[in-house]
Design a protein. Structure first.
Lengths: 223, 89
């Protein structure tokens, strides 16, 4: 069975993780590193995807930056996103030629990983046609946004475990006015440790992608 | 005396992306006239929440942009042309 390295990074500033992702993505394209998944959470950051409308940042950008929120343009598809503590972020760096050469399948698979994780907590989430991500009613529980070059992926998914939901008021999530945001903690009415969700995400990823997942130190992957 | 050499135009094509019917060209990374290397990123297309990079099929000069930024294209469609560098084939 194919193996995918699962690399826990803990809490990382967005810029630092992005640099690491770009380096690993490059190395993966040349076969210098194996398929891997970076698992982490970010300090508060607003990111603008390739189709981002800057008007979808609602807070005063200067005030946001002054309060320590990064604002970063990125190469992934999609509009404006917020990431912050309490969100499980997975950045799979995979050569899709070893899985399915299909963007649609890949987005589906990332959603499926999140759906399985939340189902393990008894949460029934679903997909909305034309609106990638996973949803509970009108509330977005998890987001996807990917970048693919030579069939090698970067960026990935963000699952709301227990983020501060009021931080999402800084943006129009995914550019959809009136979209609400929810979290596992909000739906269950209790705190859920990120480590536990990471473990379940590992199992779900292994199942959906049909791989064995091997926890690996970042130094081992990059050396 | 001028010796005319054959020139070849290579197509920049949106590859099959797997059940994706339409993409949007979000960015051209070069202007017409720029030199590009084979395998170099020349354009980015987007479908839903995915950005997909289109690479130059051959080395040469970006000769034409047929589908500009912001416009839709289908997998298999030619979105640009590269004037192949001599002796590259």
């Amino acid at each position: 069975m194919r193996e995918v390295s699962w690399v826990p990074l803990g809490r990382v500033r967005f810029g630092k993780a992005l640099e690491l992702q770009r380096r690993l993505h490059h190395l993966r394209r040349y076969g210098k590193v194996p398929d891997l998944v970076l698992s982490l959470e970010h300090d508060p950051v607003i990111t603008l995807g390739r189709s981002a409308d800057p008007r979808h940042i609602l807070g005063d950008p200067a005030a946001l930056v002054a309060s320590g929120v990064e604002v970063v343009e990125v190469e992934r598809g999609g509009d404006v996103s917020y990431h912050g503590p309490g969100q499980l972020v997975l950045y799979p760096i995979l050569d899709l030629r070893g899985f399915e050469r299909s963007i649609k399948w890949y987005i589906w698979a990332l959603e499926e990983v999140m759906l399985r994780v939340v189902a393990s907590y008894g949460i029934r989430a679903g997909r909305l046609p034309g609106r990638p991500g996973i949803w509970v009613g009108k509330g977005k529980l998890g987001a996807v946004g990917v970048y693919v070059r030579s069939w090698v992926t970067m960026h990935g998914l963000a699952l709301n475990v227990s983020p501060q939901l009021d931080h999402f008021r800084w943006i129009v999530p995914c550019g959809i006015h009136g979209a609400e945001v929810t979290s596992i903690a909000a739906l269950l009415g209790r705190e859920v440790p990120l480590e536990e969700v990471d473990e379940r995400a590992r199992d779900a990823f292994a199942h959906v992608f049909g791989v064995r997942v091997a926890p690996t130190d970042v130094e081992v992957v990059t050396e | 005396m001028v010796i005319r050499k054959e020139v070849a135009l290579a197509d920049i094509v949106v590859p099959p992306l797997g059940e994706v019917e339409e993409v949007r060209v979000v960015r051209w990374l070069h202007e017409v006239g720029d030199e590009v290397q084979a395998g170099e990123a020349v354009a980015e297309v987007e479908s839903q929440k995915a950005t997909f990079v289109i690479e130059a099929p051959v080395a040469g000069k970006l000769f034409a942009i047929l589908v500009p930024e912001g416009r839709a294209a289908a997998p298999g469609e030619v979105i640009g042309k590269i004037l192949e560098r001599e002796g590259e084939r």
